[in-house]
Design a binder for this molecule. Sequence first.
Ligand SMILES: O=C(O)C[C@H](O)C(=O)O
Ligand code: SF4
Length: 509
Amino acid sequence: MQQFRESMYKLIVETSTNLPADVRRAIQRAQEQEDEGTRAALSLSTISENITMAECNVSPICQDTGMPTFIIHCPVGANQIEMKKHIVEAVRQATKDSKLRPNSVDSLTGANSGDNIGPGVPVIHFEQWEKDDIDVRLILKGGGCENKNIQYSLPAELEGVGKAGRDLDGIRKCIMHAVYQAQGQGCSAGFIGVGIGGDRTTGYELAKHQLFRQSDDVNPNPELQKLEEYVLANANKLGIGTMGFGGQVTLLGCKVGVMDRLPASFFVSVAYNCWAFRRQGVVLDSATGAIKDWVYEGGSNVAMADPAEKKKDDSRREVVLQAPITEEQIRELRVGDVVVINGAMHTGRDALHKYLMDHDAPIDLNGHVIYHCGPVMSKDESGEWHVRAAGPTTSIREEPYQGDILKKFGLRAVIGKGGMGPKTLAALKEHGGVYLNAIGGAAQYYAECIKKVDSVHFMEFGIPEAMWHLQVEGFAAIVTMDSHGNSLHAEVDKSSLEKLAEFKEPVFK
Ligand SMILES: O=C(O)C[C@H](O)C(=O)O
Ligand code: SF4
């Protein structure tokens, strides 16, 4: 088993940096379906470009490299204690090499362990089987889409679709609702795994296991096969689209599994995975630990579209802004405009927003831009920091703080993804601010716009939560909430709820 650790390292790097062929094909199909020049089509082009960049740079596709989850099948006699040790070391090394972001955070103190190792992290499941080889699957599922997982207990009354009973049609309603409630916050277009039955724990486990299925497999249960096809075809009619910008494609895949339940319980568990659907697997020789084969077709076989072919919509206004920005400049912006930022930008997410509520900022933020982002960083020998991956994080978590912070420090622009709520919208209007939606998961694309790391504050919050002071060039994002009370997110939410209600009538009787 001398090669086992190295094989695990290769598996981690491949999973984090090279999106597999089936996921790439699903994204390409979505590109074909979207109308040229729309926000959704532009976002998909950026996503495609990002996929290629990650592969070329051998760097994380998305900065949130998720909760490393290993599922291992091994023959009787394989040493699980040894394997576990090697996996831990491989995770540690991959984190050191910036292939994984340090993502393991003490839930009570907030301290980041710095190496992705901690109680319960990484997740490793073993199962014995009759075969001679070892099969190791890895999924790197990020926190934003994990937050959009949802579990239903039937019977239930669901927004939009109404009563959901303990039958196939009730299950159908749950899944349609699950796609609706995710909106763009889990970086749609997404993939869903559904677990019917089990208890609260095994139901979710079953749902996650569905994400490991081959994307073109056919469900052996004909009823579930029909359900999968139905959901895939109809969820796209909700019009949520890529990043919740509206569009033809909201869902890229749907896999449903079933297990028994208790008479009193009926759970439908939905695991939502973003477009950055990072899962791979290897088949290993159980004597040496060497890789014999990869489980999913590698991404390098499917080239994504050349970004030079990116179609531009001439009706879309593009505004270049140099930070710091004035109120007048902000008041001119409207939902739909593309803003290109040059100059200073500061990252800040959960820990910083909480802190700034009752403390001063370490620098003058007047007229500045805050970026909801937890980057992957590395330090070179001379002590200089470099950004390895830096896409946006889900902004809605900062909803309780953002409006107050905007006014308190005179910020003019907030960049994130998935949009924010009414409190922030009101503050943008009152104070003269704008919310810019960056493309979630496009971590390589944005890292390239960051030309320099000026300095950092609050390293005690850990790398993702620290406040990084950056210099950017050509950082493009779309205005989705302006200073005149308009919110694209509120509009898409409203129209998709109306569309969801069209799926109220029974389909599976
Ligand atoms: O933690 C992050 O960087 C992003 C997160 O996965 C999110 O989608 O909000
Ligand atoms: S930022 Fe988006 S693409 Fe990245 S892990 Fe979170 S949900 Fe997925």
